[in-house]
Design a protein around this ligand. Structure first.
Ligand SMILES: C/C=C/C(=O)SCCNC(=O)CCNC(=O)[C@H](O)C(C)(C)COP(=O)(O)OP(=O)(O)OC[C@H]1O[C@@H](n2cnc3c(N)ncnc32)[C@H](O)[C@@H]1OP(=O)(O)O
Length: 269
């Protein structure tokens, strides 16, 4: 592999090519490869550098250290003030999703450890993805008073389209295990315990920020009807709006302090 010289020496991603394949590694292992503004900008530059190299026919994105990525770097949140500043900030974080969608070169995620929030979004935004055994995925933002607005955009059509068409076109019945495998349902439960299992989901949702959950759910359905670029722009506006809520202020501070908020500590909607 040779290093891409268009990606700076002090970048927080590394970018190399070997033969026809490029490899981009998120390289902030001390910060779980969280998306700082710098990491997002460097990732975007590395993607563009590969795309403009005719030799590169496919790209792999992985992460150094123990995690693929734990999402946006929440320590940057406090450095901003006001909706516009947050919107500009989050727009840079989602730029690689738009870049991947606009590229001809296929991009493959290779995840390990955790792929959370924007890290989950990056996995979904890639054309293909593989994961090491034991990798955990999550749209974890509501536990800090935020919502994975941008990651929702690539996520919403990454999961279901082929399974959906199979049901619609064949007209056949599928059993609960198949429905689980396909992602039509979230869990199965022993006979008679399905309501308890559903209640467990409800309690888990109820333990997160109600403001983030309600705004997030509404935004999700709004974005479903939009094209990709429009949805990413809308997601940035919505995320910036969430950044200034009392729940985000308190939730992020509590998370970074090592004591995440409980169900009864969030603000009323
Ligand atoms: C539109 C886009 C939306 C977003 O991306 S918003 C960002 C939302 N991000 C999250 O919700 C992810 C938050 N992180 C987590 O949920 C967890 O982490 C993981 C599930 C990824 C991993 O859990 P575990 O292995 O138990 O690690 P740990 O003890 O929670 O974290 C290790 C250290 O890393 C810091 N950290 C984790 N994620 C972030 C982050 N996103 N920004 C800044 N710091 C982060 C923690 O505080 C802690 O630090 P210390 O070792 O000093 O206690």
């Amino acid at each position: 592999m040779t290093r891409f010289d268009t990606v700076g020496e002090d970048a927080v991603v590394t970018a190399e090519t070997g033969g026809y394949v490029g490899r981009i590694t998120l390289d902030r292992p001390e910060a779980m490869n969280t998306f700082s503004t710098e990491l997002a900008t460097d990732l975007d530059a590395a993607l563009r550098a590969h795309e403009s190299d005719d030799e590169v026919r496919a790209i792999v994105i992985d992460g150094s250290g123990d995690a693929f990525s734990a999402g946006i770097d929440l320590t940057e949140h406090a450095e901003r003030d006001g909706g516009d500043a947050y919107e500009e900030w989050v727009a840079s974080m989602e730029e690689p999703f738009a870049t991947i969608a606009g590229m001809g070169t296929p991009v493959i995620a290779a995840a390990h450890g955790h792929a959370a929030a924007n890290g989950l979004g990056l996995v979904a935004a890639c054309d293909l993805a593989v994961a090491a055994d034991g990798t955990m995925f999550g749209a974890t933002a509501p536990k800090v008073g935020l919502f994975c607005m941008g990651p929702a955009v690539p996520l919403m059509d990454a999961v279901v389209r082929k399974r959906c068409l199979e049901l619609l076109l064949t007209g056949e019945l599928i059993d609960a295990d198949t429905a689980l495998e396909w992602g039509l349902i979230n869990a199965t439960a022993p006979a008679g315990e399905h309501v308890d299992a559903a209640m467990e989901y409800a309690e888990t949702i109820a333990s997160k920020s109600p403001t983030a959950i309600q705004r997030g759910k509404r935004a999700y359905y709004e974005m479903e009807g939009m094209d990709y670029a429009e949805a990413l722009e809308y997601s940035n506006e919505q995320f910036a709006g969430l950044c200034t809520t009392a729940d985000a202020e308190a939730g992020i501070e509590a998370f970074l302090g090592g004591e995440p908020l409980d169900a009864d500590e969030w603000s009323d909607i």
